[in-house]
Design a protein around this ligand. Structure first.
Ligand code: ADP
Ligand code: MG
Length: 579
């Protein structure tokens, strides 16, 4: 029997998969298999996929994107002189996927399973079948996207000693599929059994990655307005260009803690072009889009309500859609469901892979389990908490790579120096789920010597974790070229020798240095917190003066530093007792 291919015909991206040796495999069309659902006219030629996407930023008027929104309507789309049905545009995307897949795989592609959102009406489903026909394909079946995702996850075996229980072996009854794509958000609750039943399905057809991009665009537009006095809010060529820039910022911030936008030659309605250069941090993005994430959570609650289930009755939460790569999304869901119920596998490919499994089931193929490697423990960095009342004394573990993240993985976070001219930071890497370092395992560490800077100077710390359990840490003081790197074997922490890249013979000196720096930090922070806490003006002044003398002595490498420190410590003791 012919192979039946699985196609995720998405609003923003599409994807084609097929079973190979019993395992679903995404065909790397356009490089990585994630094919933009975009058609663009270039002179006489119709481009589809990545090349169309590239053109669409410069020629939005000659391009069609998000045609899926129009499926089942009678709307016409103009490209050049011709006008097309939504089915025609979707057919071009399907044709492109199959032609390109054929070039890579060989053989013919004739039979397909296509996925659609659970909420798609009959008319929308019929239009999808019609698109398949116009592409010259036999549509064997239309299945729901969340169902496809669940089929795929059902085959996934998480490979980690103490990760979530193994799906497939554990009967998991209720599955919540959270699908945040480019322009739509769907959430479904499924009951798994002989057949997979959709118990509830809701969402927002006007909420997706584009909204996140738009928030970034708004920031950029505001800067252009302040800098050049130009209002580009309604100028389509500039918006299309900045939209692409914003998406890149958003995607970069899923991996990195900060990124810089430097764009020149942005079109304006005047003759002159303009330029922009600005920095975005992950925190900025999370703050700007907090309400969007919360809106999805409201839908999640609604779906559970409709299915008459409470969060504890949900056995698995599956993350689908490119936008779920944004770390805050998973973190937000973890707060409701806990990480153990959230297996992490590729959110871009699971729908197409599930469709390929459905194709396999129809053609009678055997499906095997797929192995996915995840991090068994959370990897965190020891930092001073800024949350507690007497924050300046509490050390906590700030997670950088959460547990159950599919590996290899690279994640970064930004931290800040706490004192003026701080000369170093300690970078202690912990493994474990607690926020209290004492309850976790210290697997290694190093230090980063800092260039002189004001307090609050950003320090980006990046962890990479590979399939062999090796943690690679890179820390950088932003804006200064201070950087340090270290490799730790998390499975064999004792054997990690290169703890701080200390040159031979310097080890003890470095240890002393670390201890000293730690002590200095504590003394200064303690003094500061007391200055803030005390209401007595005289005492405040005494402490402030002593702290200033201490910092100056540190700075000048004063011989009397010990005496000055004792003086400050005495004052601290005295005041702490009273407070
Ligand atoms: P759809 O199902 O609507 O076709 P996708 O599931 O392909 O959409 O999701 C596309 C969205 O995911 C886009 O907004 C894209 O910018 C976003 N996206 C892709 N990768 C990432 C990432 N690493 N971090 C954040 N967003 C991402
Ligand atoms: Mg999708």
């Amino acid at each position: 029997m012919d192979k039946i291919y699985g196609i995720d015909l998405g609003t923003t991206n599409s994807c084609i998969s097929v079973l190979k040796d019993g395992k679903p495999y995404t065909i790397p069309v356009d490089g990585n298999g994630i094919v933009p659902s975009v058609v663009s006219l270039d002179g006489e030629n119709l481009l589809v996929g990545r090349s169309a996407w590239n053109r669409a930023a410069a020629f939005p008027e000659q391009s069609v994107r998000s045609v899926k929104r129009l499926m089942g309507t009678a709307e016409k789309l103009k490209l050049g002189k011709k006008s097309y049905d939504p089915e025609d545009i979707s057919a071009m995307i399907l044709r492109y996927l199959c032609d390109e897949a054929k070039k890579i795989e060989g053989g013919d592609i004739d039979k397909v399973v296509i996925t659609v959102p659970a909420y798609f009406s009959d008319a929308q489903r019929r239009a999808t079948i019609e698109a398949g026909k116009r592409a010259g394909l036999t549509v064997e079946r239309i299945i729901n996207e969340p169902t496809a995702a669940a089929l795929f996850y059902d085959q996934v075996k998480i490979s980690s000693p103490d990760a979530a229980p193994v799906p497939g072996k554990t009967p998991w009854q209720h599955v919540l599929v959270y699908d945040l794509g480019g322009g739509t958000f769907d959430v479904s609750v499924l009951r798994m059994g002989e057949i997979i039943e959709v118990m509830a399905s809701t969402g927002d057809t006007r909420l997706g990655g584009d909204d996140f991009d738009r928030r970034i665009v708004t920031r950029i537009l505001r800067q252009i307005k302040e800098k050049d006095g130009l209002d580009l809010e309604d100028y389509v060529p500039a918006l299309a260009r900045l939209g692409a820039v914003a998406e890149k910022v958003k995607i970069t911030l899923s991996e990195s803690a900060a990124t810089r936008v430097s764009e020149a030659h942005i079109p304006t309605p005047k003759k002159k072009t303009c330029s922009v250069s600005m920095e975005f941090s992950r925190e900025d993005l999370e703050e700007m889009t907090d309400d969007l994430v919360e809106r999805t959570i409201t839908s999640v609650e609604k779906a559970m309500d409709e299915a008459k289930l409470t969060p504890d009755k949900i056995d698995r939460v599956l993350l689908v859609g490119g936008m779920t790569r944004m770390p805050i999304v998973a973190a937000r869901l973890e707060r409701i469901f806990g990480a153990a119920r959230m297996p992490v596998v590729d959110p871009d490919l699971s729908v197409a892979n599930g469709a390929a499994i459905q194709g396999g089931i129809i053609s009678g193929a055997n499906c095997e389990q797929i192995l996915v490697d995840v991090t068994p423990h959370t990897l965190s960095l020891e930092v001073l908490s800024d949350r507690d009342e007497d924050y300046l004394e509490t050390l906590i573990c700030a997670p950088i790579i959460p547990r159950n993240t599919q590996i290899p993985a690279t994640r970064a976070r930004t931290f800040h120096s706490i004192i003026h001219n701080q000369d170093m930071v300690l970078l202690n890497v912990y493994q474990g789920e607690s926020t209290d370092p004492n309850e976790n395992t210290l697997i290694g560490g190093t230090k980063l010597k800092l260039a002189k800077a004001d307090a609050g100077c950003p320090i980006v710390v990046e962890y990479s974790y590979d399939l062999n359990g090796i943690v690679h840490l890179v820390a950088e003081q932003k804006g200064y070229s201070r950087k340090t790197e270290i490799r730790i074997d998390s499975r064999n922490p004792e054997t990690s020798q290169d703890l701080s890249e200390i040159e031979e013979g310097e080890e003890n000196e470095a240890d002393d240095f670390e201890e000293e720096a730690k002590a200095v930090n504590f003394v200064t922070q303690r003094a500061r917190s007391l200055i803030e806490a005390t209401t007595d003006k005289d005492k405040q002044k005494l402490l402030t003066d002593a702290l200033k003398r201490y910092e100056k002595a540190l700075n000048d490498d004063d011989d009397d530093i010990d005496d000055i420190e004792d003086e400050l410590l005495a004052l601290i003791e005295e005041n702490a007792e009273e407070n």
